[in-house]
Design a protein around this ligand. Structure first.
Ligand code: CP
Length: 311
């Protein structure tokens, strides 16, 4: 496998650090890794991944862990800070300076925006952002793009909607930045309270057309991809505000009657009630495939930042 870009020891903190060519390259490496997800490899034998999760996770943590094991590496870490010395008052900087002595790469999830960048400044091993507050989730965006590419055969030319909590949902921030590097039409669908962050909109509008909508019905028949998100109750400073928007959207069979036959419905998961279970068994639903693709893409990322892919 040829390397066109050098990712060795590179931090993955924000999707904004990537060019389109670099993202396309990562997606190509991921596609080449598909067979390894089945048969495994010893490409990362002797390497250690440290997972520092200061917030709950199922997919990000376990898929990174699976990815590392599939490539022959090992995993250490904690799934919640209560079992670490953070509980005794150890700082994030000290935690990182200690853990880098035990590991070759760190994946970190933290409730604070900027935490991943802060950790990357202290660590001498690469830091991968597994979700930083409501800010970004760059590896989720990469697996989202990979899923779109697999499902539709292309990203350019697609009409895509991001729907739900565009204010507090970190996955849609990273995905919006990433999609703006492609020739797509992007629609933001949300209640007024949960509109896409201004700084994201201003940035991506310099590259692509973006429209904003309250009702998905207005655009559904033209969509190729509908990316649904959970309303992030835990990030609302005032639960009264959450109650105003709770249950705003529900994707069900009735709604999807007006969709293209080949519409792809994605969701970073976990879902609460924004996609009805009845949708799961339809060809629209690609959100569980999305979780499998997370392993493939994270295998590619670990191999890249650990320098396992050579000319
Ligand atoms: N999509 C995602 O980040 O899921 P987890 O919160 O379970 O990691």
């Amino acid at each position: 496998m040829k390397t066109r870009f050098n990712f060795t020891n590179r931090d993955i903190v924000s999707i904004k650090g990537f060019t389109r060519e670099e993202i396309d390259y990562i997606l190509e490496i991921a596609a080449a890794f598909e067979p390894l997800a089945e048969k495994g490899s010893d490409m990362l034998k002797g390497k250690v991944l440290a997972e520092l999760f200061f917030e709950p996770s199922t997919r990000t943590r376990l898929s990174f862990e699976t990815a590392m094991y599939k490539l022959g590496g090992n995993v250490i870490g904690f799934a919640e800070p209560g079992v670490s010395s953070v509980k005794k008052g150890e700082t994030l900087a000290d935690t990182v300076r200690v853990v880098e002595n035990y590991s070759d790469v760190i994946v970190m999830r933290h409730p604070l925006e900027g935490a991943a960048r802060f950790a990357a400044e202290y660590a001498h091993v690469p830091v991968i952002n597994g979700g930083s507050g409501a800010e970004e989730h760059p590896t989720q965006a990469l697996l989202d793009l990979y899923t779109i590419l697999k499902a539709k055969g292309r990203i350019d030319g697609l009409n895509i909607a991001l729907m739900g909590d565009l204010r507090y949902g970190r996955t849609v921030h990273s995905l919006a930045y990433a999609l703006s590097l492609y020739d797509v039409k992007l629609n933001m669908v949300s209640p007024e309270l949960l509109r896409m962050r201004t700084e994201v909109l201003e940035d991506i509008k310099t590259r692509i057309d973006v429209t904003e909508h309250r009702d998905v019905e207005d655009i559904l028949p033209e969509l190729d991809v509908l990316y649904v998100t959970r309303i992030q109750k835990e990030r609302f400073p005032d639960l009264g505000e959450y109650e105003k928007v709770r249950g705003t959207y529900k994707v069900d069979l009735d709604l999807l009657r007006n969709a293209k036959d080949d519409l792809v419905v994605l969701h970073p998961l976990p879902r609460v009630d924004e996609i009805a279970v009845e949708v799961d068994s339809t060809p629209f639903a690609k959100y569980f495939e999305q979780t499998r693709n997370g392993v493939i893409v994270r295998m590619a990322l670990l191999a890249l930042v650990l320098g396992a892919i050579k000319e």
